[in-house]
Design a protein around this ligand. Sequence first.
Ligand code: MF3
Ligand code: CO
Ligand code: CO
Length: 314
Amino acid sequence: MYFKTNILLHFRQLWAVKNFWMRKKVDYGKFNIVEPGSVSPQKQVPDYIPKPSYYVTGEPSEVMEAPEIKNHRQILGMRESCKLAANILKRVGNYVKVGLTTDDLDIFTHDLIINSGAYPSPLNYKNFPKSICTSVNNVACHGIPDDRALQDGDIINIDITVFYNGYHGDCSKTFLIGNVDDFGRNLVSTTEICLNEAISICKPGRKFCDIGNLIEKTAANLGFTVVPAFIGHGIGHYFHGPPDIFHIYNNYPGEMRSGMTFTIEPALSYGGKEIVILEDGWTAVTLDFARTAQFEHTVLITDTGVDVLTIPSD
Ligand code: MF3
Ligand code: CO
Ligand code: CO
């Protein structure tokens, strides 16, 4: 998730600043800048699928004041929803290829989720219009599936969240489409390294802020910036709740405890870390058109360390 800004821009307004970056002659690699396309009508969810609180109004009703310590039953529920999210992400990852539109990916995933008896969490969450987020190249996060076909050399983050048996499970990966240039490959692999390093230090007693401190240091050592606006979050019967997990240097209070579940979802940029939200209220693009990559897992703090819950089982 991310902190919302009030600046909503039409994408064309961004081109006005493009010359500025061109003059700086920074080489961000070889790729096509993505401009949002047209979005198809919203899908329906059958009556028999249990729905989250925001299904009708768009507003989640859960109020969480502190990080939740989950009991055995809640942990089992999280394990199931997270496994389903990971299995679906894996299947979409095998399906994605040049020529498919991001709307094709949304249709494919929506149907897989419904056929599993789950609800696609993004759908109507704070009025998000689709079932998954698809963020290509300079779209940093929360891209809305549309009629743009994937092109050779694109990188695409696919973010899947399912609401299953009363619990949300949330994960994402960035996929390479065809022949991605070295800059792009390096960006994607470094982002995954940052996520895995952060996971490896999680355990009871560890400070939440250690995650961001490690990720920003690792990214900087490898030559990348971390986009500050995107933060991980507690998750459970609610989609987003405490704690906030910053991916940059921070001093957010609090420590991990056994029974907590939260996401870690760093987004790294090849260029600047500033993002702009487009007038659809969701699409986050980089101000300098640089590519970003993002990876996300939902984790459980155990008595002795950490379990990654969003690992596929099939
Ligand atoms: N899955 C995203 C996250 O990692 C949230 C998407 S919110 C949506 O937190 F409304 F855009 F779907
Ligand atoms: Co998330
Ligand atoms: Co997500």
